[in-house]
Write a protein that binds this ligand. Structure first.
Ligand SMILES: Nc1ncnc2c1ncn2[C@@H]1O[C@H](COP(=O)(O)OP(=O)(O)OP(=O)(O)O)[C@@H](O)[C@H]1O
Ligand SMILES: CCCCCCCCCCCCC/C=C/[C@@H](O)[C@H](CO)NC(C)=O
Ligand SMILES: [Ca+2]
Length: 507
């Protein structure tokens, strides 16, 4: 690679290619200097080659940088470009055609601008062809994916928006895949077919928890570069049913009580933008509602790792590799009475975190040791306690202390669970409760069920990845690695990485 040339001079011909680190290692000159080469641009008249590559920056952010190589011999220069092009063409993991959905109303309503200014130029440079759809209403993307989209034409689907927008893509793709496999999504016992298309997230929402927990930062350029280099991160998905009827899928937080109430309240305040969650969070904390019900669950068996581990799910996670689905594995039938555990009680919050749920508001997440692709979800039960104690628990979402080391909090790593609010319990269950708890409980329940009393409500709603569920009694099952993202998991100690920073050249 040689000859100098000015990038200001317009090239006779420009070619953009993609290249992987394996090519760099073979060239030797560049070894250890770049993370991943991205594009190669030739300027035939001047015999120079411009190479774009990914550079790691602080806090898991990636940036695109470029270097121009010049060569005194035009033929040699072209042979380098040819060799690089050949290598790049051989990399099948990089997407060439993407279907992109932009939510113009997510987060601070900047989705369109973010895509046009920061992402589209990178995709163009990387010779990725795109079909862009700006959504016109909620569920536009989901319904288009379910029935209309010609998925064979694409190597991946990208959403520009927040967790709600991502959820639409997940629902559309999973539904379409099950229909194509003639599977019944209404059966909670069905073993679902994994989606073949990867999903990319360009964060432009309010929480962007899925992007943050799979990449380590909410930065549109970083996400675009993970898509360009063709990363792949499998992810668990929970299916949620009510009486053998499919309700929704969840990949991050499924929360009843506190997080359900925060979401319900915050939806009425969308005009506030992302700050609505803080406002509603404070309001619901002060309201301090608790809810009665029964949780039954199937603990994860034969897996490594627990929700109290110090180790975190990181890029190339060994726990996920160990616990991933075995080819012979079949869905475990769930008969609550004989193989599940059952807990009755009064809860301020019931949370199921299928991954850490880390986000800028809670950098470690609601379950810091949860895994992206281990086939389990962490079921966190926060029992009725004082406001002071609940605040201690909430504050631990934001600091380094163990949020489960409190006597009113318990956590279980599970593969399936059910919740039945007390007002839905059978007569025999209610009689049992009355016997257990005595007469004061009877009047307490009557009071809660009677709106005129103005006291605590009988039931909350579920926050399912930022969407409100209409049913309270639900049956949840984890499907190991049902979807794949254009991500690689959070990279370990990125700030101390030897490749970080500007490369120094040694010729
Ligand atoms: N054109 C549209 N008009 C109105 N709503 C839309 C449109 N397109 C998508 N939506 C809906 O907007 C909701 C919120 O979008 P999104 O998730 O992108 O942002 P957010 O709620 O601000 O962020 P987060 O989910 O990260 O908190 C989604 O549930 C989606 O279904
Ligand atoms: C005493 C004040 C407490 C304030 C609590 C504020 C809320 C913290 C938000 C942490 C949420 C982490 C889990 C993410 C869930 C997402 O799926 C969802 C959709 O984006 N976001 C929310 C906020 O429900
Ligand atoms: Ca998991």
């Amino acid at each position: 690679l040689g000859l100098s040339g000015s990038s200001e001079l317009s090239p006779l011909c420009s070619i953009f290619y993609l290249m992987s680190v394996s090519v760099l290692e073979r060239t030797n000159i560049l070894k250890r200097k770049f993370l991943t080469l991205l594009f190669v641009k030739t300027k035939w008249r001047l015999c120079c080659v411009s190479v774009s590559y990914v550079e790691r920056c602080q806090q898991h952010r990636w940036r695109c940088a470029a270097v121009t190589f010049t060569c005194p011999d035009g033929g040699l220069c072209q042979s380098w470009v040819g060799a690089i092009a050949e290598q790049l063409a051989a990399i099948t993991s990089r997407p060439r055609r993407l279907l992109i959905y932009i939510n113009p109303y997510g987060g601070k309503r900047q989705g369109g601008r973010v895509y046009e200014q920061k992402v589209a130029p990178l995709f163009a440079q990387a010779a990725i062809s795109t079909h862009v759809i700006v959504t016109e209403h909620a569920n536009h993307a989901r319904d288009h994916l379910r029935t209309d989209a010609e998925l064979k034409k694409y190597d991946g689907v990208v959403c520009v928006g927040g967790d709600g927008m991502f959820s639409e893509i997940v629902h559309g793709l999973i539904w379409r895949t099950q229909m194509d496999s003639s599977l019944d999504p209404n059966s909670p016992d069905e073993t679902l077919t994994s989606c073949s298309l990867r999903i990319g997230i360009i964060p432009a929402g309010s929480t962007d928890c899925i992007c943050f927990a799979t990449v380590g930062t909410n930065d549109p350029v970083t996400s675009a570069l993970h898509i360009i280099v063709g990363d792949s991160q499998p992810m668990d998905v929970c299916s949620i049913h009510h009486n053998n009827t499919f309700l929704r899928y969840s990949v991050s937080l499924l929360g009843y009580g506190f997080y359900g109430d925060v979401l319900t309240d915050s939806e009425r305040k969308r005009w506030m933008g992302p700050v609505r969650y803080d406002f509603s969070g404070l309001k619901m904390f002060l309201t301090h509602h608790y809810y009665e019900g029964t949780v039954s669950y199937l603990p994860a068996r034969g897996v490594v790792g627990t929700p109290r581990d110090a180790a975190r799910c990181r890029s190339g996670c060994v726990v996920c590799q160990h616990n991933g689905p075995k080819p012979s594995e079949r869905a475990e039938k769930y008969e609550t009475d004989d193989c599940g555990e059952t807990i009755r009680g009064k809860f301020l919050a019931i949370n199921a975190a299928s991954m850490s749920c880390a986000c800028p508001r809670s950098p470690k997440g609601l379950s810091p040791a949860a895994h992206l692709a281990d086939g389990t979800t962490d079921l966190i039960l926060v029992r009725k306690c004082s406001r002071f104690d609940f605040l201690r628990h909430l504050l631990r979402h934001t600091n380094k202390e163990d949020q489960f080391d409190l006597n009113f909090v318990e956590v279980h790593r599970v593969v399936r669970f059910r919740f039945m609010p007390r007002h839905c319990q059978s007569d025999s269950d209610l009689e049992l409760d009355l016997l257990e708890n005595g007469k004061r409980q009877i009047f307490g329940q009557i009071c809660r069920d009677h709106p005129a009393c103005g006291c605590a409500p009988a039931y909350s709603s579920w926050n399912c990845d930022g969407e409100i569920l209409t049913h309270t009694a639900i049956d949840v099952r984890v499907h190991c690695r049902l979807i794949k993202l254009f991500a690689r998991g959070i990279e370990e100690s990125c700030d101390a990485h030897p490749y970080r920073g500007k490369p120094k050249f040694v010729f």
